[in-house]
Design a protein. Structure first.
Length: 223
């Protein structure tokens, strides 16, 4: 089936009500399709779930997006494309990180972890306004003991993933988002990822090469 035939098939099966006329596909993820609209509103169509986990993630994302209303929360391009196509001045880096941390403070104040901060999830426009997107892996930091086991390590793209997640620590905190922001800042300044690991072992090796071996105090503090 050609690309145009696949598009026509998806358009035919997409019902957005009488208020919208679907024209084209903007993007497609693991379990959804994004469409642009004349009113600059993107509609995400959820495909049938193969696993109950996807259903839970979708419901969680809807709940969180309904809860938040912040100017740096949810544009024309993203940080990943900007870093790949041009050099950023120190002023740009400072302003972008300021906006990222401002949005992160709003989320963390509500006890919400984003868990997947990376350049492609930082949207930008021509005015240098920055907005954080993709709350598909976000969740509340308020967990009871019996639910703490659900703090899975399958969060965050590996290059921006905190060591405690890769080492499967179940009691990670908001610090995992701060780690990701640090990796993003380094990439803004250098134009390349700070820890571009090929796999888990290589990722940890790159981190230790920069930060050094953990102290015994750190070792005994591991839970």
């Amino acid at each position: 089936m050609s690309g145009s035939q696949q598009l026509n098939s998806r358009l035919k099966n997409f019902n957005a009500g009488d208020q919208y006329e679907i024209i084209d596909v903007v993007g497609e993820g693991a379990y959804g399709v994004v469409w642009p609209t004349g009113q600059k509103v993107a509609i995400k169509k959820i495909t049938p779930f193969d696993h109950s986990m996807f259903c839970l993630r979708t419901l969680r994302e809807i709940k969180l997006l309904r809860y938040f209303n912040h100017e740096n929360e949810l544009m024309e391009t993203d940080m990943h494309r900007v870093i790949r196509t041009q050099d950023l001045s120190d002023d740009h880096c400072q302003y972008f990180i300021y906006q990222t941390l401002r949005a992160l403070k709003a989320m963390h104040s509500a006890n919400v972890l984003h868990r997947d901060l990376k350049p492609s999830n930082l949207l930008l426009n021509a005015n240098c306004d920055l907005k954080i997107c993709d709350f598909g892996l976000a969740r509340s930091a308020n967990f009871s003991d019996e639910n703490s086991g659900f703090m899975t390590e399958y969060v965050a793209t590996r290059w921006y993933r905190a060591p405690e997640i890769m080492l499967t620590f179940k009691e990670y905190t908001k610090a995992i988002d701060v780690w990701s922001v640090g990796c993003i800042l380094a990439e803004m300044l250098s134009g390349k990822p700070l820890f571009p690991g090929r796999d888990y072992h290589h990722q940890l090796t790159l981190i230790l090469d920069v930060l050094g071996t953990p102290t015994m105090e750190d070792f005994y503090g591991i839970k």
